[in-house]
Design a protein around this ligand. Structure first.
Ligand code: PLP
Length: 400
């Protein structure tokens, strides 16, 4: 029996069974649904993309997987070279893993060991944001500030190693003044905090964070598992402000196969690169650098560049602004739009009861959580399809 995610199994609604998928559409036996959340924000090129499929099939016919322990192969070499070119600054050292949570764990481990390798044993703490989400593994739950994980807090009490700050410059300066000498890193979801409620903030906060990190000798880590590859309207938030470590996942492979990467800059890499065996990074997920995932990621990045996805995303943002401009309702707290993400935050989660089923009837798959009705559409969506999604959202407020 399947144990489904984030659900009380006793009361959960039967999930929709998908039998086929193509473009932005998911097909059940008797319905056709626009996927307005891109399968947890990852399927940016849509389903059954002919070039993505061909790239994976070509690799399947050579080999699907070999481990990176003592072995290497062309797809992983080409992908790390491609990322080196594609990513800003000297973010050049790619450590692959199989999921975003693990890639964040690797980033945190790198930051701690970076300090230890340099003989700095005072630094053991992590600064993170209020409402942060960085994954579901134990350390990522500890650095996160997700309401759904407060059972961990109840079990262990507040963490001695993690401090949370709001996205306000003054609070950030105070946190650095108080903890700056003890921090290994400042970990953030830049510009857009996803699972913590689609919260959006400006790059001035990140610019100040960069200055403070330099001043206090703290590594800046961007978790761009959700924001990477255009979701905020920028290729990466790292194009605006350069972090020391960048984490990518979700859309990295166009959503075709789970994979993630933790990319370090030269300064971080050099703290590990010497003759001492105990200065090595002791990590190695079984499926890191999986050849099918690398082939998918290479093709995904190629499509992103050659098809000018940034202008597609700009178009999605314009249509969303236009369509949601007249969405007002006393039950709505705020409507937020950034790049390829839109969020309608309601005051009371009860307002969204029945919304998913309503959307299903209108040919849209959507999955709200807590107070948030949101979209993260595939970038290949047409204007007509996107309008259908957004009008369905508005119709919920006029009809319920
Ligand atoms: C989804 C997500 C993760 C976790 O990625 P998984 O592949 O689900 O482990 C980490 N950080 C952010 C910002 C995410 O959105």
């Amino acid at each position: 029996m399947i144990w489904y995610p984030y659900q009380q199994m006793k009361t959960m609604r039967t999930p929709y069974e998908i039998v086929d998928a193509e473009g932005v559409y998911l097909y059940t036996k008797d319905n056709k649904l626009i996927d307005s959340v891109s399968s947890w924000w990852s399927v940016i090129h849509g389903y059954k993309h002919p070039e993505m499929n061909a790239a994976i099939l070509e690799q399947v016919n050579r080999f699907s997987h070999v481990m990176l322990g003592g072995l290497t192969h062309e797809p992983v070499q080409r992908l790390s070279q491609k990322l080196e070119e594609f990513l800003p600054g000297d973010l050049n050292y790619c450590f692959f893993s199989d999921s975003g949570s693990v890639a964040v764990e690797v980033a945190l481990k790198m930051a701690l060991q970076y300090c230890m390798n340099r003989g700095d044993r005072r630094r053991t703490m992590i600064l993170a944001l209020e409402h942060a989400y960085h994954g579901d593994t134990f350390k990522t739950m500890e650095v996160g500030d997700d309401e759904d994980y407060h059972f961990v807090l109840r079990a262990y009490g507040p963490s001695q190693y993690v401090v949370h700050v709001p996205t306000e410059i003054e609070a950030l300066e105070m946190a650095f003044a108080q903890y700056g000498e003890k921090l290994t890193c400042f970990l953030v979801e830049p510009l857009l905090q996803g699972a913590g409620g689609m919260r959006m903030y400006g790059s001035s906060f990140l610019k100040r964070a960069r200055e403070l990190c330099n001043q206090y000798g703290v590594l800046l880590i961007f978790d761009e598992v959700a924001t990477g590859f255009g979701r905020t309207g920028h290729r990466f938030a790292a194009d605006l402000v350069l972090p020391d470590i960048l984490v990518l996942g979700k859309a990295l492979t166009g959503g075709y196969i789970g994979h993630a990467v933790t990319v370090a800059n030269r300064k971080v890499y050099e703290a590990f690169y010497d003759d001492a065996p105990d200065h090595a990074l002791m990590h190695g997920p079984t499926f890191m650098g999986n050849a099918l995932a690398c082939a998918a990621a290479l093709k995904s990045i190629q499509l992103f560049e050659s098809q000018d996805y940034l202008s597609k995303i700009r178009r999605i943002e314009e249509i969303t602004q236009r369509e949601l401009a007249d969405l007002t309702d006393p039950r709505i707290q705020e409507v937020r739009i950034m790049g390829g993400c839109a969020c309608v935050e309601v005051k009371d989660p009860a307002t969204l009861q029945g919304w998913q089923q309503f959307a299903y009837q209108q040919g849209v798959f959507n999955r709200p959580f807590l107070n948030y009705m949101y979209t993260m559409v595939p970038y290949i969506i047409s204007e007509e399809e996107l309008t259908q999604v957004l009008r369905t959202m508005k119709a919920w407020f006029t009809n319920s």
